[in-house]
Design a binder for this molecule. Structure first.
Ligand SMILES: [Zn+2]
Length: 365
């Protein structure tokens, strides 16, 4: 692998992009837990991002914990949107949620089947409803998710990639105080990586115990929580969680504030599904990775990005270029103003391999 393709492989976890620089100021009030930062988006609605050494990852989430989650505190209970990557991470967020409320988590929504949104499902007892689209249950039962992508590359290798990066940074740093800070990061990362190796062994993929196909509405006191399947896209069964009164939508990885992993995608349907997302009356989106955003223009920009990937890759494929070579040659830098994680020519190889497979499946050219 080239260093660029490694960077793409881990941009799914954003681990290589983390430089220890504090994230931009959030406009929302913040409650800090031990492991998670909670941004209060509306009354009882919190956006939870795992932190590392008290600092968020600028374009994504902490590889040791997984996705950013949404905590919805209702009159009698808590609805949690997504479960993190490992049982230990789930215990961490459950402990941190106690800083917000003493009410129990009685409902978990998995926005899609990927490990960083489902792998802590086993922590929740039978009294907790774990709800997802029908496809998520089938995927967890059939896909052997711990031996396949995206888990295989993104999770198993991410901690060592962080260690390698910090080791290089320590060696290159001349300023003594910055060097000391980087050395602390490196030491902490090594400890976390060791713990994480044990955490991975504790994962027991657990499917949702309630599934739906198009729409499911939860009523909690005066709050309406809509679970909507708007069409295939990032995966075959992405749920968006829409709070119509608060005008908040949680999108999982169907729409992030950065580039999403494309390795399970249905490309043209994704563009259409993003159109349906923008037809909802939302004022703020809470994505599975990245940061909250308020602009429907970002969704439109992501549709343009997907169209461009599809067009460029179709051309390369027609010339007989392999998927892996196409991933090195596709040039998406014109989208960097909307998605600053695009730093060079090329695209994440698993996404381009999937695009080739999808073209084979659908007969697209
Ligand atoms: Zn994710």
């Amino acid at each position: 692998m080239t260093s660029r393709s490694i960077a793409f492989a881990f941009s799914f976890c954003a681990s290589l992009l983390w430089t220890g620089v504090a994230q931009a100021q959030t406009p929302y009030p913040v409650v800090r837990g031990k492991y998670y930062k909670f941004e209060k988006i509306a009354d009882g609605v919190y956006y939870a991002s795992p932190e590392f050494n008290g600092t968020a990852f600028p374009f994504g989430s902490n590889p040791f914990f997984g996705a950013n989650l949404v905590v919805i505190v209702n009159p009698d209970d808590v609805v949690l949107v997504d479960s993190p990557t490992t049982p230990r991470a789930a215990h961490a967020i459950l402990a941190d949620i106690k800083r917000l409320t003493s009410k129990p988590v009685r409902t978990v929504v998995n926005t899609h089947w990927h490990y960083d949104h489902t792998d802590a499902n086993s922590v929740f007892g039978p009294e907790v409803q774990i709800i997802a689209h029908d496809y998520v249950r089938q995927a967890i039962e059939k896909f052997d998710i711990l031996n396949n992508e995206p888990f295989r590359s993104s999770t198993r290798n991410a901690p060592q990639a962080m260690i390698d990066r910090f080791t290089r940074q320590v060696a290159a740093e001349k300023d003594p105080s910055r060097k000391a800070a980087l050395e602390k990061n490196l030491a902490d990362t090594k400890v976390a990586a060791k713990e994480f190796a044990g955490d991975i062994k504790a994962i027991k993929p657990t499917p949702p115990n309630v599934t739906y196909s198009e729409k499911l509405v939860l009523h909690r006191g005066g709050r309406e929580i809509q679970l909507l399947f708007l069409g295939r896209g990032h995966t075959g069964g992405d749920t968006v969680v829409f709070l119509p009164k608060e005008r908040i939508v949680a999108t999982g990885d169907l729409m992030e504030s950065r580039l999403a992993y494309m390795g399970s995608a249905f490309f043209d349907e994704w563009i259409a599904t993003l159109g349906a997302l923008n037809r909802l009356d939302w004022a703020v989106t809470l994505p599975g990775h990245g940061v909250p955003f308020t602009s429907k223009g970002l969704v439109t920009a992501y549709q343009s990005y997907l169209r461009d990937v599809m067009a460029q890759v179709a051309k390369l494929r027609a010339q007989g270029v392999s998927a892996d070579d196409a991933a090195k040659r596709v040039d998406l830098r014109s989208h960097a103003k909307d998605f600053p994680d695009i730093e060079a020519v090329g695209a994440e190889v698993r996404g381009i391999r999937r695009l080739y497979a999808w073209m084979d499946e659908t007969g697209r050219k």
